[in-house]
Design a binder for this molecule. Structure first.
Ligand SMILES: [Zn+2]
Length: 392
């Protein structure tokens, strides 16, 4: 039976951007408790160590690292040019230390997989895909994803890494970091940046120079539902995957595409995430990666949705059937500790597309986005061999 690793530290709760901020410890502790309240088979937990300065410097600049450390001690202030301070990325006590631990968690997950301790690993507090070398953005300070991928390239000499990002926000910091390279195939499926942060991630952003065709942005119109998502996914992703033949897969599995999320506007249910888990694991098994899959939690701001989406994703990956009922122990914990009401059922009722506002418009808009992507990618990168996509 496959072995699943969970990377967890109680100190993750220190990554607290404010109790009223969407990125608060509730949206992490509630999902973790759900996982612990279930009898999840073959689950092993690992405690991360903080990443070293030299690991952080694999991507970030010395100036940025020093500013993070200095502001962290005071726990207040700002450096606007570095994106530090303000609404999205406030300065808070132990900002550097807690971010450093998150990076350590991603590296721990990668190591455990490559050392053969587990088949796949899930680092829940991770996937901070919006941070740039010298700029915090979108609730992210250190980009653990880029550092993790660079670590795999530099320490394990892995030549082909596939990064798939299903967070509702485009994975801008990660795709940008590898925009001019062909060793990382970055695929980001997200709500169209016409409507949501970060304002980039359009279909015509496909990489540059050597990397042309190795960045794939798949925007979705607000209101996109499960079945429509699956059609688009199946039309693009498996062919690319097969042609690229990755040796390692990193999945940023943000939960903010769920229909009850506070920030996103997609209409996705737990069923979609369970499907993604199964399908991504299957694709990872059937290529040179031979099952080596690192999952990074990413966004998601309604704790009840995050908990059930992450569980559905992980169950799909591990081949574990989702239970119908949420454990009573979990429901009670959420009420007693956070005064939060959570669902009594793990799985959502499927959403009827006909009840989605302007559902024909949603379908048409997605077709148009896809058409632009096809035209842009024709004859570039791994796409040149995806003939079935161009059977028109
Ligand atoms: Zn997000």
């Amino acid at each position: 039976m496959v072995k699943t690793g969970i990377i967890w530290s109680d100190e993750y709760a220190e990554y607290n951007l404010g109790d009223e901020h969407p990125m608060n410890p509730r949206r992490l502790l509630i999902p973790y408790k759900l996982l612990k309240s279930l009898d999840f088979p073959n689950l092993q937990e690992f405690i991360p160590s903080p990443a070293s300065d030299s690991d952080i410097l694999r991507f970030h600049t010395p100036l940025y690292l020093e500013a993070m450390k200095a502001l962290s001690i005071i726990g207040d202030g700002s450096r606007p040019r570095l994106g530090l301070g303000g609404g999205d990325c406030p300065v808070f006590p132990r900002m550097h230390e807690s971010s450093q631990l998150i990076v350590g968690g991603t590296l721990e997950g990668a190591k455990r997989i490559l050392d053969g301790d587990v088949d796949h690993a899930f680092s829940m507090m991770a996937g901070l895909h919006h941070a740039f070398p010298e700029r915090a953005a979108g609730f992210c300070y250190y980009n653990d994803v880029v550092i993790g991928i660079k670590y795999l390239q530099q320490e394990y000499n892995i030549e082909r890494i596939l990064y798939i990002d299903t967070d509702v926000h485009a994975g801008d910091g990660v795709l940008d970091a590898f925009y001019r390279e062909r060793g990382v195939l970055g695929i980001s499926i997200h709500e169209s940046p016409q409507f949501i942060f970060p304002g980039t991630g359009f279909s015509n952003e496909i990489g540059e120079g050597e990397g042309i065709g190795y960045s794939v942005n798949i925007p979705l119109f607000p209101g996109t539902w499960d079945k429509l998502y699956i059609e688009i996914f199946e039309e693009i992703v498996p062919c690319l995957w097969k042609e690229f033949d990755p040796q390692f897969v990193v999945w940023q599995c943000g939960a903010d595409g769920h229909f009850r999320d506070l920030l996103g506007n997609l209409a996705l249910s737990t069923e979609l995430y369970n499907y993604l888990g199964q399908r991504i694991k299957e694709l990872t098994n059937n290529c040179s990666a031979r099952g080596k899959l690192l999952m990074l939690g990413g966004g998601g701001y309604n704790p009840d949705s995050v908990a059930r989406v992450w569980l559905a994703s992980l169950a799909g990956v591990a081949g574990f059937d989702l239970p119908d009922d949420a454990p009573l122990e979990w429901i009670k914990y959420c009420k007693d500790k956070f005064n939060t009401r959570v669902s009594a059922k793990i799985k959502d009722q499927p959403i009827d597309p006909k009840k989605i506002d302007q559902h024909t418009l949603v379908e048409e808009a997605n077709r148009q986005y896809l058409q632009i992507l096809k035209e842009e990618l024709r004859d570039t990168g791994v796409w040149a061999n995806c003939k079935q996509f161009y059977s028109d």
